[in-house]
Design a protein around this ligand. Structure first.
Ligand code: RUB
Length: 311
């Protein structure tokens, strides 16, 4: 039996009612928690099969954010290593794993804010793209520490997540300016640091984030502006260690323009792009700040459990 909440959450993630790599991960774990609570499985084996099935449905919701498979695999791993327990005890362990993931991932955003804010100076102008809780945690923490900062935020076509960002920052009292995506290079002269989030980070330190991120990185590189990525360690992709590529989601053309009005025209809508490690100065994680070239070590140290398939 698949819990209704699993079906509903999968739909909400796919439709972007729930969006942003961190929120997607927590929502998937909440849904898995519900699956575990409502399970009527009579044996450990049936229980594992049921949770695995729900996990696979959730994982299919969006392909790019590795936070999603990493989060549900963390719960599955904790179930697998405890499969010798009786069913009630196993469920208890599984629920504990869900709660731990959610608690730790929220704490990670706070920690990233604290660690990242040390890199922000009084008087800085910061550019950001899309709407990343991790990146905004750095900006808000620096502001709450009394640093006088200004933010330039891109609108982030086609879904305008930049509107969420400017609202969130101006509600906080931060001086924020909204620009169109194509104005990035023009404004880069006024910028001291760029801070963005990540959906996935490959073992070589390449960062996959909202489409247009690599354009900010190029412009920052040209203008010798520092480029920071704020990301929790569960956004690093263990599969890329084995040469697997991160899939770039392509969403419906109607998000860009009405295909009816442009008959005979191809419309493309990739949702993410890849920023090579050479364009990234630092990745700010909850465990500390690393150069992108150290991504491999994060995967080795923090995501050891992700090899659960081989257990
Ligand atoms: C969101 C996006 C965000 C990352 C990180 O894309 O690209 O920068 O997910 O966000 P979408 P966070 O709107 O398509 O989900 O730091 O909040 O996890």
């Amino acid at each position: 039996m698949v819990a209704n909440m699993v079906i509903e959450t999968t739909k909400k993630i796919r439709d972007m009612e729930i969006r942003g790599a961190g929120k997607i991960a927590r929502a998937a774990v909440e849904a898995l928690k519900n699956q575990i609570m409502v399970s009527r499985a009579k044996s450990v084996n049936d229980f594992i099969k049921e949770v695995e099935n729900a996990a696979n449905i959730l994982k299919s919701a969006r392909p790019t954010a590795v936070s999603l498979p990493n989060a549900v695999n963390y719960v599955l791993y904790n179930i697998k290593i405890n499969k010798n327990l009786d069913l009630d005890e196993l469920k208890k362990k599984a629920l504990e794993a869900c709660d731990n993931f959610i608690k730790n991932s929220l704490e990670a955003v706070r920690k990233i804010g604290e660690i990242g804010a040390r890199r922000i100076s009084d008087g800085d102008t910061i550019m950001t793209h899309c709407n990343s809780k991790a990146a905004l945690s750095v900006i808000k923490t620096a502001f709450r520490q009394g640093k006088d900062i200004k933010v330039i935020a891109t609108e982030s076509r086609p879904r305008y997540q930049g509107h969420l960002t400017v609202k969130e920052l101006s509600d906080e009292g931060i001086d924020v300016t909204l620009i169109v995506d194509s104005a990035v290079r023009l404004f880069m002269k006024k910028v001291d640091k760029v801070i963005v989030g990540a959906d996935s980070i490959a073992a070589n330190g390449a960062v996959v984030n909202k489409i247009g991120t690599s354009m900010l990185a190029l412009a920052a590189n040209e203008a010798r502006v520092l480029f920071f990525v704020a990301a929790e360690t569960y956004k690093f992709s263990p599969q890329t260690l084995l040469g697997e590529l991160i899939e770039i989601e392509e969403r419906d053309a109607s998000e860009v323009a009405d295909p009816e009005k442009f008959k005979g025209v191809k419309i493309r809508n990739p949702a993410f792009d890849v920023t090579p490690p050479e364009y990234i100065d630092l990745i700010i994680t909850e465990k500390g700040v690393i150069p992108p070239q150290a991504a491999f070590f994060v995967i080795r140290e923090e995501l050891k459990w992700s090899l659960w398939n081989s257990i």
